[in-house]
Design a protein around this ligand. Structure first.
Ligand code: FES
Ligand SMILES: [Fe+2]
Length: 429
């Protein structure tokens, strides 16, 4: 770049823009792809995986089939048949496996070839055929898959916020979106754009309030006070912290109170656990000093698409719908907007999708309020270095005991009458 360009700031003669491939690309053998493959990833909703037709999905750039055989075992195998490549999407699920439509080869959930229908004796050498497969486990209403090196397979994690189920509680992990119930809804931009949004509290003080009008349903009613979103004070109210499993931000705010009374001092804690989990408290009906109950996974489909999965522990089915529909734009859901409404009332989709299929890191100008994003990227880079050096990346194994601590919650920090009552009740219990 010449001095003239940098001085004038015009667009002329700028170097070709580029994305950070190391941070964003996820295919087999890529640095981030290898990191993501070291963790169990959600691939389907357990309760929605009931039909006897196979489901097609793509995760980390690999085309996969998810099915549940007649014995109730979930299976994940490559989509292309090991014989001559027909798609098992057109296969038939049977009691002990899935059978390809083309020549009737049947594979079990570990890819063993059980039968080659058109060969003598069902295939005398059928054991040499193996459909590529991945290990699967089910927990919290989700089917998890492990796509990494078999000898490095960790235990499927447990999180304190999802255990133990209390009376009347159950797990919710199925999107109420037609066509997305089993394998989740897809967004058409890079996974890291969606993930970084979770450590960017500042955007809520601009995009979701000052710019587009309050977009969180609970504002001014049972949820946040308007002052939560004050963009003039947000920088001083937010701090960023490393945790055992990732990064969290803490946002201070004050509850609304009747004339002449002092509202309680509160803190909103949101943690992300690397490589791709978000622990988001209820942002519609905010309830201080309760146990956290929700994890969200941003699962890369390929370099330019991602799927969202979630697991919620709740006795309140309304909590689930509030979460799913909790951000409105001009009183509507994002998919209901006209083009002009999307321009006048943009939300997360407009902001993140318009960063590009993969954002152009060479064109960014980071500022102090991007601290969470910077901490997250630094952590992910260290994890890639660790994997390349033969070490386990952060959080593959639990830090302390079996159950992972999740630090998301809303905490009352001031002494108020309500807090005193709650403390006294807790002490009696
Ligand atoms: S291609 Fe699948 S059985 Fe022949
Ligand atoms: Fe947002």
């Amino acid at each position: 770049m010449t001095d003239t360009v940098s001085e004038t700031g015009t667009g002329y003669g700028r170097p070709r823009p580029s994305h950070d491939a190391r941070l964003t690309e996820v295919g087999p053998g890529t640095p981030m792809g290898e990191v993501l493959r070291r963790y169990w990833q959600p691939i389907a909703s357990s309760s929605a995986l009931t039909s006897d037709v196979p489901h097609r999905t793509r995760i980390l750039g690999e085309d996969l089939i998810v099915f549940r055989d007649g014995q109730g075992r979930a299976g994940v195998v490559f989509e292309r048949c090991a014989h001559r490549g027909s798609s098992l999407y057109y296969g038939r699920v049977e009691d002990d496996g899935i059978r390809c439509c083309y020549h009737g080869w049947k594979f079990d959930v570990q890819g063993h070839c059980l039968e080659q229908a058109c060969e003598v004796g069902g295939g005398l050498r059928r054991e040499v055929a193996r459909q590529p497969w991945y290990p699967v486990e089910e927990r919290y209403g989700l089917v998890f898959v492990y796509m990494g090196p078999p000898e490095r397979k960790p235990e499927l994690p447990r999180w304190d916020c999802l255990e133990e189920l209390e009376e009347d509680e159950s797990y919710h992990a199925t999107w109420p979106i037609p066509g997305a119930e089993v394998v989740g809804p897809v967004s058409d931009f890079n996974w890291l754009q969606a993930y970084e949004n979770a450590v960017d509290p500042v955007h809520a003080a601009w995009l979701h309030s000052a710019h587009s009008g309050f977009q969180f349903d609970g504002v001014g009613t049972i949820g946040f006070p308007e002052s939560f979103f004050d963009h003039r004070t947000i920088a001083e109210r937010v701090s960023y912290h490393r945790t055992d499993y990732g990064v969290k931000y803490v946002q201070k705010y004050q509850a609304d109170a009747p004339e002449g009374e002092e509202g309680a001092e509160l803190e909103w804690h949101v943690e992300v656990q690397v490589p791709n989990i978000i622990a988001l408290p209820d942002y519609v009906q905010t309830t201080p000093d309760t146990r956290h109950d929700l994890l969200i996974w941003v699962v890369p489909v390929d370099d330019t698409h991602q799927r969202a999965f979630f697991a919620l522990r709740s006795a309140d089915p309304g909590r689930f719908m509030r979460f799913a529909l909790g951000i409105t734009q001009n009183g509507k859901q994002q998919f209901e907007l006209t083009e002009e409404e999307a321009q006048r009332f943009p939300g997360d989709v407009e902001a993140q999708r318009s960063q590009g299929d993969i954002t152009l890191h060479s064109e960014e100008t980071l500022a102090p309020s991007d601290r969470g994003v910077v901490m997250l990227r630094r952590m992910l880079r260290t994890m890639m270095d660790d994997v390349e050096a033969g070490r386990d990346p952060q959080g593959v194994h639990p830090v302390d005991g079996e159950i992972r601590r999740v630090e998301s919650r809303i905490i009352t920090t001031s002494k108020t009458a309500a807090k005193d009552d709650a403390d006294a009740a807790a002490a009696r219990a």
